[in-house]
Ligand binder design. Structure first.
Ligand SMILES: *[C@@H]1O[C@H](CO)[C@@H](O)[C@H](O)[C@H]1NC(C)=O
Ligand SMILES: *[C@@H]1O[C@H](CO)[C@@H](O)[C@H](O)[C@H]1NC(C)=O
Ligand SMILES: *[C@@H]1O[C@H](CO)[C@@H](O)[C@H](O)[C@H]1NC(C)=O
Ligand SMILES: *[C@@H]1O[C@H](CO)[C@@H](O)[C@H](O)[C@H]1NC(C)=O
Ligand SMILES: *[C@@H]1O[C@H](CO)[C@@H](O)[C@H](O)[C@H]1NC(C)=O
Ligand SMILES: *[C@@H]1O[C@H](CO)[C@@H](O)[C@H](O)[C@H]1NC(C)=O
Ligand SMILES: *[C@@H]1O[C@H](CO)[C@@H](O)[C@H](O)[C@H]1NC(C)=O
Ligand SMILES: *[C@@H]1O[C@H](CO)[C@@H](O)[C@H](O)[C@H]1NC(C)=O
Ligand SMILES: *[C@@H]1O[C@H](CO)[C@@H](O)[C@H](O)[C@H]1NC(C)=O
Ligand SMILES: *[C@@H]1O[C@H](CO)[C@@H](O)[C@H](O)[C@H]1NC(C)=O
Length: 399
């Protein structure tokens, strides 16, 4: 009885701790705007968030000419997220286990678990299942002018996962920086946990008159000389591949435009059967450099656009980095009223965006030989799951 009561207190204590240690004191006058969105801001940066999936909906940065650009995908109002039945996880937190789980099964302590499939004719589970976290409303725990914390309680057995998970997602703005901390507590049974932020970027706000795509954005992943091999439906097959220098997956040896290798034959099928581009989990290798502080020891990735001059340096404590170049977009998903040009369709064209996800090695729960169970499986006696990241923005001086 006593241990049950203590575990029931954990979420409350965590909420109090989070509310105390992030941002300014709660402001009773704050709340959602007319579109149902919660604003947080700091010098040079302003973002909007919604309880649905604990999602970011807008992120405003002034470009090289001082013009505000809204550089993430989303919808114009909070209500539309629950109405749209096909959204591609716009800016939300995939959970309780991001990316794909092979055959929708895994084994913990000799027990086989079968969870709810939702992709490839029910061959696998993507982003936590058909009712994963980014299809649900979180609760707003705290909201100040520069910080917001969301919480979710994911019950034992939901989508077939064992045990209850309680999670807190805190987004904080500091000058020119969007930071987040994701905490998840497994309160009753050992269960897989992997979170991320599934944000779609176009650093031109879809307003570059010469191109509606992100193929001219330059990407650098200085620690990512390896990637996780997948089969035709993007399920890891256990093999770790080298990103040979000058190959299409080489973003480590020097910065490269996303479209730089689109005339190379190997780019076809590089993101699954019949898929051209990237939908790839790159590994982040930093240990050889000795002890490091993820906040200061260099970004795991840098993305910049020559047109807007906007650059984002991504710092994270995570050891993998998924890149998706939006090859699945086909001109049907709308952009927001804050984005785009009147002179062309207000939709996301193929390759119009890039998703970048800080996370752990995908489907590691089905790859015991990778020896990553301490970062993928969490029980009530383990430390909590924690993910931290900072997205630092800068702007190239206009010439
Ligand atoms: C962009 O610049 C304008 C004019 O200085 C300012 O009012 C606005 O707050 C800036 N936007 C952001 C996101 O910092
Ligand atoms: C909400 O936004 C969607 C598109 O993002 C739009 O279709 C819908 O009309 C909007 N609804 C309201 C009430 O503004
Ligand atoms: C896939 O899962 C099913 C049960 O959901 C099981 O019967 C089957 O053996 C599994 N296949 C593989 C290849 O693991
Ligand atoms: C998925 O599973 C079905 C049968 O369970 C199989 O026929 C099919 O080839 C599998 N793969 C894909 C990509 O649908
Ligand atoms: C989320 O909350 C909004 C506002 O209360 C509601 O309209 C919507 O139906 C909810 N969506 C889900 C998926 O529960
Ligand atoms: C509270 O909100 C008001 C109105 O938006 C704002 O003027 C004030 O600075 C906020 N105070 C704090 C402590 O966030
Ligand atoms: C895209 O990049 C190429 C190569 O650097 C350059 O020639 C072209 O002008 C750029 N286009 C746009 C729209 O920025
Ligand atoms: C990919 O693009 C880079 C930069 O332009 C180039 O150095 C490299 O040779 C290209 N690789 C292939 C396989 O085309
Ligand atoms: C891949 O494309 C080829 C040629 O268009 C087509 O015949 C085939 O069915 C496609 N395969 C899948 C799995 O979509
Ligand atoms: C475009 O993509 C959407 C979402 O994946 C899909 O439902 C739709 O059928 C596609 N449309 C075309 C014309 O391919």
């Amino acid at each position: 009885m006593l241990s049950f009561k203590l575990s029931a207190l954990v979420p409350l204590l965590a909420a109090i701790a989070l509310a105390d240690s992030y941002g300014s004191p709660p402001n009773k006058t704050l709340g959602p705007n007319a579109d149902g969105k919660y604003e947080i801001s700091a010098e040079g940066i302003r973002g909007y968030f919604i309880p649905y999936g604990a999602s970011i909906t807008n992120l405003f940065i002034n470009d090289t000419h001082g013009v505000e650009r809204d550089i993430v995908l989303g919808f114009d109002n909070a209500t539309h997220y629950s109405e749209d039945k096909f959204h591609p996880h716009l800016g939300g937190v995939p959970g309780r286990y991001a990316n794909r789980i092979k055959n929708s099964t895994f084994t913990i302590d000799g027990v086989d678990y079968h969870i709810t499939p939702n992709e490839n004719n029910n061959n696998d589970t993507l982003h936590g299942g058909p009712d994963g976290w980014d299809w649900r409303n979180f609760t707003v725990v705290s909201h100040t002018t520069d910080s917001i914390t969301f919480s979710i309680v994911d019950p034992d057995g939901k989508e077939g996962f064992p045990g209850e998970v309680v999670s807190y997602i805190t987004y904080t703005m500091t000058p020119n920086t969007w930071g987040f901390k994701m905490i998840a507590l497994s309160t009753t049974k050992k269960t897989p946990i992997m979170l991320s932020s599934h944000t779609y970027w176009n650093l031109d706000g879809f307003q570059n008159p010469e191109t509606p795509t992100a193929l001219n954005h330059t990407l650098h992943m200085p620690y990512s000389g390896q990637r996780i091999s997948t089969d035709g439906i993007l399920i890891p097959d256990g093999i770790i591949l080298p990103n040979l220098q000058y190959s299409v997956n080489d973003f480590w040896s020097s910065p490269k435009q996303l479209g730089a290798n689109f005339s190379a034959p190997e780019i076809h099928g590089n993101c699954g059967t019949n898929c051209t581009g990237y939908d790839t989990c790159y590994i982040v290798n930093r240990d050889q450099n000795g002890p490091f502080d993820w906040r200061t020891s260099g970004p795991v990735a840098t993305l910049s656009s020559p047109w807007s001059g906007i650059q984002v340096d991504i710092f994270s404590d995570q050891e993998a980095f998924q890149v998706y170049s939006c090859g699945g977009q086909n001109g049907t998903l709308p952009i927001k009223s804050t984005q785009g040009l009147d002179s062309r369709p207000r939709v996301v064209e193929q390759y119009g965006c890039i998703v970048m996800e800080v996370e752990d090695w995908i489907d590691a729960i089905n790859r015991p030989e990778w020896q990553r169970e301490k970062r993928n499986i969490f029980g009530p006696d383990d430390p909590p799951y924690v993910l931290e990241a900072q997205y630092k923005f800068s702007v190239k001086k206009s010439s």
